[in-house]
Design a protein around this ligand. Structure first.
Ligand SMILES: Cc1cc2nc3c(=O)[nH]c(=O)nc-3n(C[C@H](O)[C@H](O)[C@H](O)COP(=O)(O)OP(=O)(O)OC[C@H]3O[C@@H](n4cnc5c(N)ncnc54)[C@H](O)[C@@H]3O)c2cc1C
Length: 463
């Protein structure tokens, strides 16, 4: 069945703005719409909102916030945008990077002041590629807590969120979107008319065919994001003539505990840990970032690597709820020295001892790492050692519909789609076309910053 339908004779219901998807992007858009007084309905396919947002670590990078001021951190949107551009090697959309960097700080402050969200600034360590402490999290320090708090704020504003409401097509005449066709779990169809529509139903990581077509490097990678993100926004937008960009961009991750399926914080690596393969050898410079490392891990025998770290890093990692979950599931192995760790993990003892010995020597200024990592910037690893067996995974796609500064979807012919807006995984992100372009936090950055813009833009379009 076609994804874009002519309008029915009569809609079952008419609302001002429809928001498709109740993740971070949809919830933030709904809050902006409520503030603007726009009648809004959020449509969510799942029985309970979750999305990739609830699966995420919930860390949002933002510059110039009240939380940073309280912590005495000097930062600016200009410095943040420069970090984003540096990580994507200048291959991302510089306008979007500036837009996201200058929008996110005020968005987090507004969520705190107006909707009571509490932000903690993470100052335990500097995320790779960020020149300042700018990761913000709710007190639960995870995505489930973030989404629960956003959902509570949406409920407090009286914005209805219809769950079990799978949008299966859009109604449109020409470029004007007129409504959404909703399929209910019992097969009932509802036609809901609207004055404007916000696509907040994320990317295409959950659709194998779209991943194979657009992100071939990740075609066989396990997908670790929300399975309901099947590329609907991309396909609807394309059918309506939208411009798309950076479709090969994505967030990968080189450190998902296997077979436990729990995210192991990359802080272990950026603060001095290493990854070895089944031969006990390092294979890439871990300090570059977790997204590009996903491909390197997947290229190892069996697509498997081991994160190796010490007691100091174990304590650091225990601050992360996901790591504690992995630890209680038995994913963390211990050895008094390299040989006993190798025995516990089933790795070749001689090779692991040699690898660890070389890294410890580099940290003390002896010899240079053949993979180019600078080990002198932190303390040397010291026994006892720990290891977690991990694999690489695709977390979410970063390409999508091109948007203007108000979140409105741009047309491939240079015009605009008059009443269609997009945010988060549905929209082009700020990482560019390569997995290596993903700077930590780019996902929730574009969900929340562009969600706020799309909400504001859709409310203005109604007027
Ligand atoms: C394990 C993991 C950890 C991560 N950690 C971080 C982090 O710490 N910081 C960060 O910045 N990013 C992180 N990310 C990325 C981040 O989670 C995403 O970029 C972000 O959540 C996207 O938000 P969204 O609102 O666009 O999409 P989502 O949160 O996925 O929400 C989309 C919603 O749309 C719904 N939907 C889809 N199709 C339809 C349809 N046709 N009809 C109705 N509803 C539909 C889905 O069910 C879903 O609820 C992480 C991702 C993963 C997988």
């Amino acid at each position: 069945m076609s994804r874009i339908l002519p309008p029915p004779d009569r809609f079952d219901l008419d609302v001002g703005v429809l928001v498709v998807g109740a993740g971070a992007a949809g919830m933030v858009a709904a809050l902006r719409l409520a503030e603007a007084g726009a009648e809004t309905l959020v449509l969510e396919r799942d029985p309970r909102p979750a999305g990739s947002t609830a699966m995420s670590s919930g860390f949002i990078p933002a510059a110039g916030t009240a939380a940073q001021a309280r912590a005495g951190v000097a930062d600016s949107a200009v410095a943040f945008a420069a970090d984003i551009r540096r990580k994507n090697g200048g291959h991302g959309d510089a306008r979007l990077a500036d837009l996201a960097a200058r929008t996110i700080g005020p968005t987090l402050d507004w969520l705190a002041a107006r909707h009571g969200l509490e932000w903690e600034l993470l100052t335990d360590f500097l995320y790779p590629g960020h020149s300042a402490h700018r990761m913000h999290a709710v007190p639960e320090r995870n995505g489930a807590g973030l989404l629960a708090r956003l959902g509570a704020a949406v409920a407090a504003e009286g914005v209805p969120v219809a769950t079990g409401a799978h949008v299966t097509a859009l109604y449109a005449r020409g470029r004007q979107v007129l409504g959404a066709r909703v399929t209910r779990p019992d097969g009932r169809i509802e036609a809901i008319g609207c004055g404007a529509l916000v696509l907040a139903c994320s990317g295409y990581g959950g659709d194998r065919d779209l991943v194979a077509r657009h992100i071939p490097a990740m075609a066989t990678a396990p997908y670790f994001g929300h399975p309901g993100n099947r590329g609907d926004a991309l396909l609807w937008g394309q059918a309506l003539g939208a411009a798309v960009a950076d479709l090969s961009g994505c967030q990968g991750h080189g450190s998902v505990a296997h077979p436990h399926g729990v995210l192991i914080t990359w802080a272990l690596m950026s603060e001095g840990g290493i990854q070895v393969n089944a031969e006990g050898r390092r294979f890439a410079d871990e300090s570059r970032g977790y997204s590009e490392q996903a491909l390197d891990v997947l290229a190892q025998p069996g697509g498997i690597a081991w994160c190796v770290f010490d007691e100091r890093l174990l304590e650091l990692a225990r601050a992360f709820p996901d790591f504690r979950t992995a630890e209680s599931a038995g994913a963390v192995l211990k050895g008094a020295n390299a040989v006993s760790l190798a025995r516990a993990a089933g790795l070749p003892a001689g090779a692991l001892a040699e690898t660890l010995g070389a890294c410890m020597a580099h940290a003390q200024g002896r010899g240079r790492d053949r993979l180019g990592r600078d080990f002198t910037i932190g303390p040397a690893l010291a026994p006892p050692f720990y290891a977690v067996r991990v694999t690489g995974a695709l977390f979410h796609s970063q390409g999508g519909l091109r948007i203007d500064d108000r979140g409105r979807v741009l047309a491939a012919d240079g015009g605009r789609l008059p009443n269609l807006f997009a945010a988060g995984g549905a929209a082009q992100g700020v990482s560019g076309p390569d997995p290596a372009g993903y700077l930590s936090g780019n996902g929730l950055l574009s969900a929340m910053a562009f969600g706020a813009l799309a909400g504001q833009g859709a409310a203005a379009a109604l007027r």
